[in-house]
Design a protein around this ligand. Structure first.
Ligand SMILES: [Fe+2]
Length: 265
């Protein structure tokens, strides 16, 4: 099956056999697939967080219905290396000229919450430019566009779950949530994981941002330790001498509920 990713770029194949497959839900090739951990509410922003005004209109007001994890949720798209272009993870080299701003390297590891590395998973990022403006018609913030910067990239994790991006540090930008509202600098991340149930869309922040206390989106995650995990760490070891500063951002996706350990049976 071929469909589009959330940003309409990548072709995907499902790992299961699609319509009419005779296997029971959760069973594939004679192997029983276990469901994934559910979201931990401590780590998630509430559906409605009044300081974040749009959540009042968008958030569901009735309790959510918990659905069983069937084959549709515990399988997912597989992305081939052939789909990813050579420059897709270097946002500074997608145009003839170089973008303005502070060049950075963003790297990390993708793990599940059983501590296992997640390899060959698609990561997509999108961000504004160094002046705080998105290359998008809806963004009319009076800051300059950069003709050498589109602000979108993607890559696959390697066999050890590692990923790397080179980009420009995004600027803070104003938004109309409340008077004098500014978003802390951030990069949007989308991860497909190994199954539809593990899909994660989040934002990566930068250490020491003075806007953290004032940002309702950042603070909609109520647990301070969970908020901390959205902040990248400056890492001198990732810095490329004379080229870019390095920031580490490790990401944890949901793992399977039934994890067999070697010493368990
Ligand atoms: Fe944003």
């Amino acid at each position: 099956m071929v469909s589009s990713s959330s940003r309409g770029k990548a072709s995907v194949r499902r790992t299961h056999r699609g319509e009419g497959h005779p296997a029971r839900d959760g069973e594939e090739s004679g192997r029983i697939l276990s469901p994934y951990h559910r979201h931990d509410p401590k780590n998630e922003p509430g559906n409605i967080y009044p300081p974040y005004k749009s959540s009042l209109a968008r958030g569901p007001r009735k309790p959510l219905i918990v659905l069983p994890h069937t084959l549709s949720e515990i399988t997912g798209p597989v992305f081939g290396h052939g789909e990813i272009g050579e420059m897709d993870n270097d946002l500074t080299r997608q145009h003839a000229g170089e973008p303005l701003g502070e060049r950075i390297t963003v790297s990390g590891k993708v793990l599940d919450d059983n501590g296992r590395t997640v390899s060959n998973t698609l990561i997509e990022i999108w961000q504004c430019n160094a002046a705080g403006r998105y290359a998008h018609m809806v963004d009319q913030h009076p800051a300059p566009l950069d003709p050498s910067f589109s602000g979108a990239g993607r890559t696959l994790t390697d066999a050890q779950g590692n990923y790397h991006f080179t980009t420009i540090k995004p600027g803070p930008y104003p938004w109309k949530n409340h008077p004098n509202a500014w978003r802390p600098a951030h990069i949007h991340f989308s991860l497909f994981g190994t199954a539809f149930a593990t899909r994660l869309i989040t934002q990566m922040y930068f250490p020491g941002d003075p806007l953290f206390p004032f940002d309702p989106i950042f603070n909609s995650v109520r647990d301070p330790k969970a908020r901390e995990r959205m902040i990248s760490k400056f890492d001198l070891a990732l810095t490329r001498p004379d080229w870019s500063l390095g920031f580490r951002f490790d990401i944890v996706l949901r793992g399977r509920e039934e994890t067999p350990f070697e010493n368990k049976r």
